[in-house]
Design a protein around this ligand. Structure first.
Ligand SMILES: Nc1ncnc2c1ncn2[C@@H]1O[C@H](COP(=O)(O)OP(=O)(O)OP(=O)(O)O)[C@@H](O)[C@H]1O
Length: 311
């Protein structure tokens, strides 16, 4: 588990962190979302001891990074995928890292395999695409088989196939019991992989909540019914909505109705019992992007952050 508690950090006149506080629990993907300049990278750098906070603390498994012996066995990070020397081969880069942590070549070959890099292991990193560099960054983060991982904008610059791979991989890392922190400036990148999201702006946490809870808050429970029997369907559903004490049935085009106040299961049962034919029922699914907009809708301070700090 990673604990970040009251981190403050200034760079000259810029306040990068302003009391940043959150936890990254084991077995979950925690999304770390906010606009450019919100303080995500600085937080990760402080956790990893690459930057020092002016005050507050960041703990990995209860200890600050600088107190960890063989730190890569405690936490792995994907920060800047372009940071590897271009003339090194992927395998040599990982061997060097492994040796620094008292690990051998066997572990290197394992992580190369896990990251899907075995076939290019002896190629120079200078010729790697950004996607391959991201995979190498993941292999490096995993070298010490750490219980905690931090991935800073892991989807940046990846092609669609790489994005799918990275999403599945991230999810699997958490399912295997690790604490995983994934930063992104786009909420929808975290759809289906994050269990929780920590939304940040101007160096502090703006919202910290479970994804299921966030989606439930914005889900309006509407269902679209596609049917050629619009009249009879509307009659049956309007009666049911009335009996349920609230909701609505609204025509939407020549062969569709939008129903609020009844679940898709209830609608299917009702239409079936009344022999009203239908070809499709679609429950409207709220997205994380909807949740993000809902969270930040009333926040003047946050809107100002979003509008003013794009790089
Ligand atoms: N080394 C530095 N020197 C001066 N200012 C810095 C430095 N590092 C970060 N900052 C500033 O601190 C603030 C937070 O930056 P940070 O990179 O942590 O944000 P971020 O949320 O990770 O955004 P991005 O997605 O753009 O990386 C920004 O205003 C940034 O310009």
């Amino acid at each position: 588990m990673i604990n970040v508690n009251g981190l403050r950090k200034r760079f000259g006149a810029v306040t990068a962190l302003d009391g940043m506080t959150f936890t990254v629990p084991a077995g979950q993907v925690t999304g770390f979302v906010g606009p450019n300049g919100a303080g995500k990278s600085t937080t990760m750098r402080v956790i990893l001891g690459l930057d020092t906070a002016d005050s507050g603390e960041a703990l990995i498994g209860g200890r600050p990074y600088r107190e960890l012996r063989n730190p890569l066995r405690h936490v792995g990070a994907l920060l800047d995928a372009s940071a590897v020397g271009p003339s090194r081969t992927a395998r040599n880069h990982l061997l060097w890292l492994a040796h620094s942590q008292g690990l051998g070549a066997r572990r290197v070959d394992e992580v190369l395999q896990e990251a899907g890099l075995t076939s290019v292991a002896r190629r120079r990193v200078g010729g790697f695409s950004l996607g391959m560099r991201q995979r190498l960054g993941i292999a490096a983060a995993l070298i010490g088989d750490p219980p905690a991982l931090m991935l800073d904008e892991p989807f940046n610059g990846m092609d669609p196939e790489g994005i799918i791979w990275m999403r599945r991989f991230t999810r699997a890392l958490a399912d295997a019991g690790r604490a995983v922190l994934v930063s992104s400036h786009l909420m929808n990148e975290l759809e289906d992989i994050a269990d929780r999201v920590v939304v940040v702006g101007r160096g502090k946490v703006f919202a910290d909540a479970g994804v299921a809870e966030l989606l439930a808050a914005v889900s309006d429970g509407r269902v679209t019914v596609r049917t050629t029997a619009g009249g009879p369907a509307a009659a049956v559903l309007e009666a049911a909505v009335l009996a349920a004490g609230g909701g609505s049935v609204t025509p939407a085009g020549p062969d569709a109705l939008v129903v609020a106040g009844l679940s898709a299961e209830e609608i299917a049962g009702l239409l079936g019992r009344h022999d009203v034919p239908f070809s499709e029922l679609t429950a409207h699914r709220a997205t994380l992007e909807d949740a993000y907009l809902n969270l930040t809708r009333d926040a003047v301070e946050y809107r100002a952050t979003v509008a003013g700090e794009g790089r």
